[in-house]
Design a protein. Structure first.
Length: 246
């Protein structure tokens, strides 16, 4: 499959099938653009790596094997056209090109070099997310229609049956209290992403909750105990919150 590299892609099994969490390489020398794009893409569950110039982009491609590249044309060291040319000579990774000019020639050359899509700067970050989803859908990332991802989430040896509100660790049912289940479900839906205590309170307890963030710490401690020797763990990110790791 195009652009699919096991070393770069996190797979989460849902009802016996795989939902793939792609890695996106953002290549741009404008920090504000990178930060904005990174924020919106991470919200959608993508793993983000970045590069500030063309040579760094090639190094990142070798190191991380991204599943899609968002590539600016006007880059220091090596421009986007040359990066695209070299990528196309060695990889089948989808590319979305960014151009600050509206000239059709830039778009035409980019597409002729093998870019899958293009976006003119400045752009709406929501449009970037939509184009990323569309390109990945066209190339690699399709989920079988029979997958009931809304019903069952499985990461490593832990599974969550959402309608039944049941959690299994290594095939054994684990008794969780209501809010322990809600908290674990929030973490499962954001694997590898750091969530603050306030975010966890909002999503697991609801915006109407006015208790202390210490409540999250207590429930995390209970979950860790009940997950036991599972391959899934809840990691503390000091000063911020927690993230699910495996």
């Amino acid at each position: 499959m195009l652009g699919l590299h096991a070393s770069a892609t996190m797979r989460i099994r849902c009802a016996g099938a795989y939902v793939v969490k792609p890695t996106i390489l953002l290549v741009d020398d404008e920090p504000t653009i990178v930060e904005l794009a990174e924020m919106y893409l991470e919200r959608e569950g993508y793993t983000i790596v970045t590069a500030k110039d063309g040579l760094a982009a090639l190094t990142q491609i070798q190191a991380t094997s991204p599943d899609l590249i968002v590539l600016d044309l006007m880059l220091p060291e090596l421009d986007g056209w040359e990066v695209c040319r070299r990528v196309r000579s060695n990889y089948d990774i989808p590319i979305i090109m960014l151009t600050a000019r509206t000239d059709d020639i830039d778009k035409i050359v980019g597409l002729e070099l093998g870019a899958d899509d293009y976006l003119t700067k400045p752009f709406n970050p929501r449009e970037l997310v939509a184009r990323v989803k569309a390109v990945l859908r066209r190339t690699t990332y399709t989920v079988p229609a029979e997958t009931k991802s809304d019903d069952l989430l499985v990461i490593e040896d832990v599974s969550i049956d959402i309608p039944a509100r049941e959690v299994y660790v290594q095939g054994q049912l684990v008794a969780l209290r209501s809010k322990e289940f809600d908290l674990l479900l929030v973490l499962f839906r954001h694997p590898g992403i750091v969530l603050s205590r306030d975010q966890l309170l909002d999503q697991a307890w609801g915006y109407e909750y006015y208790g202390e963030t210490r409540t999250v710490d207590v429930h995390v401690a209970h979950l860790r105990s009940k997950l036991g020797i599972s391959q899934v763990a809840i990691e503390t990110v000091w000063g911020i919150g927690y993230k699910l790791v495996f």
